[in-house]
Ligand binder design. Structure first.
Ligand code: 6PG
Length: 261
């Protein structure tokens, strides 16, 4: 399969702490611009462990007063189909590391609904929430100011796992994706929604991600096997913020400086 290069930027940080700091700076920049130009900042947050440092930093003394929280609207990129107080819940993680520590209005927190036996109904409910918020007509997609993403060692992002049904979904904005290897459903934003965002920011940290990051960015274009390769914003910015360990197998640029792919 052909190698396809997608215009993207890479920022390499020394370690996870510096990565979180750089991501916090970017979050503030995008938020300030969005509020200045539109009066609101819409962001879909990532789950997993990598962004915890970012969320904790944003709620810390150095950053909390740089973000116009009253104008920030929080959405989720994906969610595990567990109760919101479950240890695996992305909502719980983000509540504990961010929401409880910053003055974001509770009515601005649009968490993915988890509760119906048929998870597709939860996905459809979330889709209606997004459609109502963005005042979308039929066929229109939301344009989030920022979508934060992580990357699994298998190349998944959000809950877009390799060879799963969600990868083919183009009509819906959110999808209940059965992930066989997890034996569980996940709710996820779909590829077209992510690719419609103004800014998409991957946060990738650690040596365990070095091989998959190399494949995603510099390998063959095989998005069914490496779903992160589906993420190619149509009219938006794609930024990879990685630490030195995650970048250790990338070739063709010095890890000390930023560069465009
Ligand atoms: C989730 C995330 C998922 C995550 C990757 C990386 O719900 O877990 O949405 O896509 O970003 O699995 O996870 P880590 O940051 O924990 O490595």
């Amino acid at each position: 399969m052909a190698k396809v290069t997608v215009k993207h930027e890479i920022t390499v940080a020394e370690n996870l702490d510096e990565l979180s700091r750089k991501a916090a700076d970017e979050f503030v920049l995008v938020a300030e611009k969005a509020v200045r130009t539109k009066g609101v900042f819409t962001v879909a947050l990532s789950g997993g462990s990598t962004p915890k440092g970012l969320y904790t930093m944003l709620s810390g003394v150095q950053y909390r007063n740089q973000v116009p929280w009253s104008k920030v609207c929080l959405f989720w990129g994906d969610e595990r189909c567990v109760p919101h107080d479950h240890p695996d819940s992305n909502y719980r993680m983000i509540r504990e590391t961010l929401i409880e520590r910053v003055p974001v209005p509770k009515e601005n927190v649009y968490r993915m609904p988890i509760g119906q036996a048929n998870h597709s109904l939860d996905a459809m409910e979330y889709e209606q929430t997004i459609r109502a918020f963005f005042h979308l007509n039929a066929g229109e997609r939301p344009r989030f100011d920022l979508i934060l993403l992580g990357m699994g060692e298998d190349g998944h992002t959000a809950s877009l796992f390799p060879f799963t049904a969600a990868l083919e979904e183009a009509g819906h904005l959110a999808f209940a994706n059965y992930v066989e290897k997890l034996g569980a459903y996940r709710l996820t934003l779909t590829v077209p929604v992510i690719n419609h965002a103004a800014n998409v920011l991957f946060l990738v940290s650690g040596e365990s991600k070095a091989s998959v990051l190399k494949e995603v960015l510099q390998g063959e274009y095989q998005p069914q096997r490496l779903p992160s390769q589906f993420i190619r914003p149509i009219n938006g910015r794609l930024l990879f913020m990685v630490d030195r360990m995650a970048a250790s197998k990338l070739t063709g640029f010095q890890a000390e400086r930023n560069c465009a792919g």
